[in-house]
Write a protein that binds this ligand. Sequence first.
Ligand code: FEO
Ligand code: CA
Ligand code: CA
Ligand code: CA
Length: 589
Amino acid sequence: GDAQAEGMSTFSFDEIAAGVDETHHVAPGYNAKVLLRWGDPVLADAPEFDPNNQSAAAQEKQFGYNNDYVGFIPLDGSDDRGLLVVNHEYTNPELMFPGAAVERDDEIVIDEWTKEMVDIEMAAHGGTVIEIQKGEDGSWSPVRDSAKNRRISVSTPMEISGPAAGHPRLQTSADASGRKVFGTINNCAGGVTPWGTYLMAEENTHGYFLGELPADHKEAANYERMGVPGGWYNWGKFHDRFDLSKEPNEPNRFGWIVEVDPMNPDATPKKRTALGRFKHEGCETIRNKDGRAVSYSGDDERFDYVYKFVSSGTIDDENREANMDLLDDGTLHVARFDEDGTVEWMPLIHGEGQLTAENGFESQADVLIETRRAADLLGATKMDRPEDVQPNTETGKVYVMLTNNTKRKEGDTNAANPRPENAFGHIIEISETDGDFASTKSTWGILLKCGDPSIAEVGATFSPATTEDGWFGMPDNCAIDADGRLWVSTDGNSEKKTGRTDGLWAVGTEGEDRATSRLFFRCPVGAEMCGPVFTPKGETLFLAVQHPGDDGLATFENPATRWPDFKDNLPVRPSVVVVTKEGGGKIGI
Ligand code: FEO
Ligand code: CA
Ligand code: CA
Ligand code: CA
């Protein structure tokens, strides 16, 4: 608009003070209300939350733990009624189970694990689809008896589709077909497609496996590259498929993008293998100007890569059903960020370059199962932990959140990752050539190096107009609003590290406002900020407050806060917050 052309600020709200306390804060003139908390009923027959008598059966029908990605799918084109789709990334058992966690040697440990605890954790993972609506008074609430409400968990039957479906490396004793898998894990960010499906990105799936592979097993190098087994959870003690010694192929069935049709609660979710297997942070998909779908995904690991998938077919705007398997056929690319400011999107195609049988890739299925190794051979650029990758359809720009990488050494930097010991992360802006998101050669620059700009050696590049409240470290998720403006949420700010909690910042990208950041919302202590998403008209914003109260030696009995209920008999609860402007209108203006 004119304001952008003149280089004026396109944001006008009163910034809040950065800091740390027990509750959340939003800019004056806005309401920030808790919409959905861990344990709230989702299905019509769900019991009310009772943290002292929780069961897996109850949890399967209630809102899961650690809400991360949030998407909004309007119903009947309305901005005031829609389906909210929410990922439940992981569980904090020390904050979930009464009497389970104890402090020993400055660590929190759980000595006694039962199968019921594991099954509650498995039911608290996955996703939620829930109808929500805005009432006459302008406030949002869940539609408790909607037939579309659904919980997806680690026991939901799913289909494996695309080039790797049925491959022997995906076959297990429970599934000789290699095409059927139970559930999804560690769904971090995700996406909503232009045809209205919900994408759940499987990220740190290595953490759920324990045990040892049989000696000289052919997956040993593959699993080492993915960090399998991570041993973060005890599931393998009660469920054989999470024990490598019993089901050595099970880890190959995770690390994919899962597509869910939220309009049909009986639809079988599909793992779309064409988009590759790695630690997918998210999967933001747009309609390219030629009608093809383009999906961006970061692989969240130190020194891993940025990817985009371009569909072979085009989106049919008149026939939703015709788009349902678009993500099964197309080309996955990985990014090489060159010193001269170009980005080369290199296709990962079996038989091309080094992706041949000689290097252990017998077919496209092998290329996709070991996406990271294929990308290594192509010489992709090793990044500082790629998180959310967000295209802006209005401008042809793409924003890449690089959260941090303290293991990058001096002498090991590159133009796109220029800071050694990068503790605070940075944001790259890609300009896709002529606004063509399918382009294989584009340009890039750094929008922002994060951290405290008042400490010279940090090397942050926030504009001078950014206040002491306005800077942040560790960008993670982001969203583009109805006016094409960028909003960034963070993971890792704390009293100790930056003197502030995580939150949501509005970040200018154009003219004089470029690299100016302002604090709009901040989390309660211990929480990470996830899921920013706006309704299409930009009058409602949904935010996910993840792992609140998780600060140091927190337990169910002693969390760092009892947000959002602040009742002695209720634990701290991860929750989705809905933000609206008092009296209505667009957010941030
Ligand atoms: Fe689940 Fe990359 O954060
Ligand atoms: Ca994340
Ligand atoms: Ca996003
Ligand atoms: Ca993160």
